[in-house]
Ligand binder design. Structure first.
Ligand SMILES: Nc1ncnc2c1ncn2[C@@H]1O[C@H](COP(=O)(O)OP(=O)(O)OP(=O)(O)O)[C@@H](O)[C@H]1O
Ligand SMILES: [Mg+2]
Length: 349
């Protein structure tokens, strides 16, 4: 363990807890023929070095659009960033020069996608793809770049890396391809990795291996990690804190264990109840009633109200703010916020 820490310090690795990314009041909308869809509607979140933030929520809640905006790969148009800041180590990426932004996005922040096969170039060997970053950004020779590629492949535990460096993406299994994606993301030793459903396309057993690898490398390099997923099982093992999204907004944030032990938002409660559990074998699996809203026709008030068992008239008229929540004695709970008018009842009731 000490060797890792020493190495990190020698390499100028950030100290755990150094603020890396802060998304502030981000609004992203899509202008479509049928109207304006507010896909991201005032999102705030942050992640520090060595920290894992999991972003949870049903399909269409704005998880990927937020990530794409951070990475600068949002389709514009139809997408439009209408408001907000994305601070990377205190500097607003949305306000900096294109050149500065490119440097951060290529080298300081890396992204891993769900589908390695469509993210990797099918007609280029994995070695050439891994090495390219070193040639472009570090001016490495072809030979040096190849050695770096092998080193990275070994780092993500691809067997027989030296023999396989000249293979093409389709010659690897899904799990191995995802390891190559991780290697690619790691190549420039970024401060932050954004992983958008990194294991969704894999078999369950392989999912766990890839997730473990990612978590291990993150800890070793003190990286920040934003992990986007539907999978509450994955989150419990690796995340430090969670942001739950619904219809473009964050509806709850909490340290991971507190969220599991005592969720504050009715939507989070529903999500947690819908995980299959071994001790409830035979019982019918819970599902939150209804469907996520059409973003062109978001319900008035709290967007979740038509699906909520405890909604009141207030919930149908007024959009709840993301409140700081407190325990029964009124003591603020660190990192815990809920966008529910009834948070006291749902948390303590
Ligand atoms: N290029 C686009 N044009 C129009 N609408 C878009 C575009 N990309 C995303 N959207 C809309 O933005 C909303 C949020 O999408 P996003 O991809 O962020 O969801 P998500 O939370 O990542 O869902 P999933 O879990 O399915 O990946 C969706 O309603 C989607 O239809
Ligand atoms: Mg997505």
């Amino acid at each position: 363990m000490t060797t890792v820490i020493e190495k990190n310090q020698k390499n100028g690795r950030l100290e755990v807890g150094t603020p890396l990314l802060e998304v502030k009041d981000l609004h992203v909308e899509f202008h479509t023929r049928d109207g304006v869809a507010k896909a991201v509607n005032g999102v705030n979140y942050s992640v520090a070095a060595g920290e894992t933030l999991a972003v949870l929520g049903e399909s269409g809640s704005g998880k990927s659009v937020t990530a794409q905006t951070i990475m600068g790969i949002l389709d514009m148009p139809p997408g439009k960033i209408s408001q907000g800041q994305i601070l990377f180590r205190g500097q607003d990426m949305l306000a900096m020069s294109e050149e500065d932004r490119r440097q951060i996005r290529g080298q300081k922040i890396a992204m891993i996608f769900q589908d390695a096969l469509s993210s990797l170039n099918p007609v280029m060997t994995v070695g050439a793809q891994l090495g390219e970053m070193f040639r472009v950004h570090r001016g490495s020779s072809k030979k040096e770049a190849r050695e770096k590629a092998i080193e990275l492949m070994e780092r993500v535990r691809i067997p027989a890396a030296r023999q396989r460096v000249g293979d093409y993406p389709h010659q690897f299994s899904g799990g191995m391809r995802q390891r190559i994606m991780i290697a690619m993301a790691l190549s420039m030793e970024p401060d932050l990795i954004i992983a958008d459903e990194p294991t969704t396309a894999l078999d369950v057993t392989v999912q766990a291996q890839v997730m473990d690898l990612l978590a291990e490398l993150q800890a070793e390099y003190n990286m920040g990690l934003i992990l986007i997923t539907h999978d509450l099982g994955v989150v419990a093992d690796v995340a430090d804190k969670i942001a739950v999204m619904y219809a473009g907004r964050i509806v709850e944030t909490a340290p991971v264990h507190e969220l599991y032990a005592n969720p504050a938002h009715p939507y989070t409660k529903g999500l947690l109840r819908s995980i299959p559990r071994l001790d409830q074998k035979g019982q019918e699996l819970y599902a939150i009633k209804g469907l996520p809203p059409n973003l062109l026709k978001v319900p008035a008030g709290c967007a979740f109200n038509p699906r909520c068992d405890v909604a009141t008239d207030l919930c149908r008229t007024e959009i709840p703010k993301l409140h700081q929540v407190s325990d029964k004695d009124g003591k603020e709970l660190t990192g815990r916020r809920s966008a529910c008018h009834l948070w006291k009842e749902t948390l303590h009731g």
